[in-house]
Design a protein around this ligand. Sequence first.
Ligand SMILES: [Zn+2]
Length: 577
Amino acid sequence: MRFSEAFINTVKEVPAEAEVISHQLMLRAGMIRKLAAGVYTYLPLGYRVIQKIEGIIREEMNRAGALEVHLPVLCPAELWQESGRWSLYGPELMRLQDRHSRQFCLGPTHEEVITDLVRREVRSYRQLPLNLYQIQTKFRDEIRPRFGLMRGREFIMKDAYSFDRDDAGAEISYQKMKETYERIFRRCGLICKAVEADTGAIGGSFSHEFMVLAESGEDRIASCSRCEYASNVEKATYAIADKEPVENSTSWLAMQPVSTPELSTVQEVASFLGVSPSQVVKTLLVLADEQILAVLIRGDQELNEVKLKNLTAATKISMASPQVVESITGPESVGFSGPVGLSGVRVVADYSVRDIENFVVGANRKDTHFINVNWGRDCPRPEFFDLRVVQEDDPCPRCQGPLKISRGIEVGHIFKLGTKYSKALQATYLDQNGEEKTIVMGCYGIGVGRTMAASIEQNHDRDGIIWPMPIAPYQVMVLPTDTTDKDIREAAEAIYQELLSAGLEVIIDDREERPGVKFKDSDLLGIPVRITIGSKSLKQNSVEIRIRKTGQVIQVLKDQCRQKVQQMVSEMLEASS
Ligand SMILES: [Zn+2]
């Protein structure tokens, strides 16, 4: 490919609309352009990366025995009503009506459509197991689309669905996909980790997310420094020690009210009373859907809403409004809620407050706290659960080793669905004895555009993108420093042709630009190997090869260039295979 004909328009300035580095660099390198909020066009350079990622996904899915299909984007509401998700999915589901006022949605995921297909086609156990996948455009009406391809409203996804005779079979399908995903991301040249995850809106019993490790990642990962345990912080737990409740103790002091005018945050109260925040019990009045709950948690800990959601089986957790708080704890008590004398609501507490004594709580009246509060004596012992966000150095739930917190970007998610959708849609088969059984399912997604963005978040420097070789839009860039110089132009052209005939993916920067501009663009585009042809080295009959990732530069004789570059490219491809 010739740069002059490649429809690449690079941009020097960092676009104001782009908050994250991958979005900035993709816009600057001319790989994507925005059409509307969360809706992007892939330009030729960007689309080459997409196609490479898709190519790796296809090869590995096919290797695992999955079969490619192509399902409609336009999905009839009836199917979604059958599964119950038409009402559950909320405003993120992009809904529309046809001319006959029939309702449809643009598929954000395809469990319903694929289960409908399978219930019509599969009759016998002989047709199972089955794994069907597609690579397709999906829609999600994000309330605030941002971060470029990371959170778009229209995006390319690979989704796969497995159908098995029983649970044991579904387990095998799940493990096979987990291994396939590990291969896919390794082959894309990415450092990725499979972590345990919450099942969220998709549902099911068990799931893993695949995280590309990157400082800028939105997700936090807790992983054990001693064993294999790794989990999204949303789900991560820790080793909770058993302890008998203390009924009374000589160390218990007398509870008393103290005046804490206008001090309502844990930090303010703790420093005013001269105690550590871990001595303060926060009382959060929370709405779990319609139900009001008082949630108690230690002042130095953070509530994990996903855990509370799972405990209460609620679809939404929100903080109670001041009006609701006052209706429970009394007038002007907002910011001073506490468990002493609290009635009429369910009280749940995190384990972090189970073993403390002489603690501080809000007194349910304006500008007042209680000090020296103890369970059982001053207020009933609440129900204890794991409701907090794990922290660095918490003991691992499996081996008690210290947990480490790192950041990642979710690029894939696999779910063991069980019979959630097959039951709702009555997808059954006849077993060996002619008995009707429900099919057991799994589903498996990869965000293709997200993988592209995540690879940039993981691989870039201040000059631009550093593509891993397997997904680079081109493997090699040939850069003649001065195309008006006949010797340089001809030498560059010869090398370009030679590399093309050797089957390499090459782009030649044939523009009549200053060398500085070309070097800058070459770093920005992030092509892994660059060959520079300039007058100085050409006099010694040599050219310069530079590795984008390491900055390593070597001089080679012109007629050894092809061989050397070929060797480099295959080494860089093999490194991630
Ligand atoms: Zn461990």
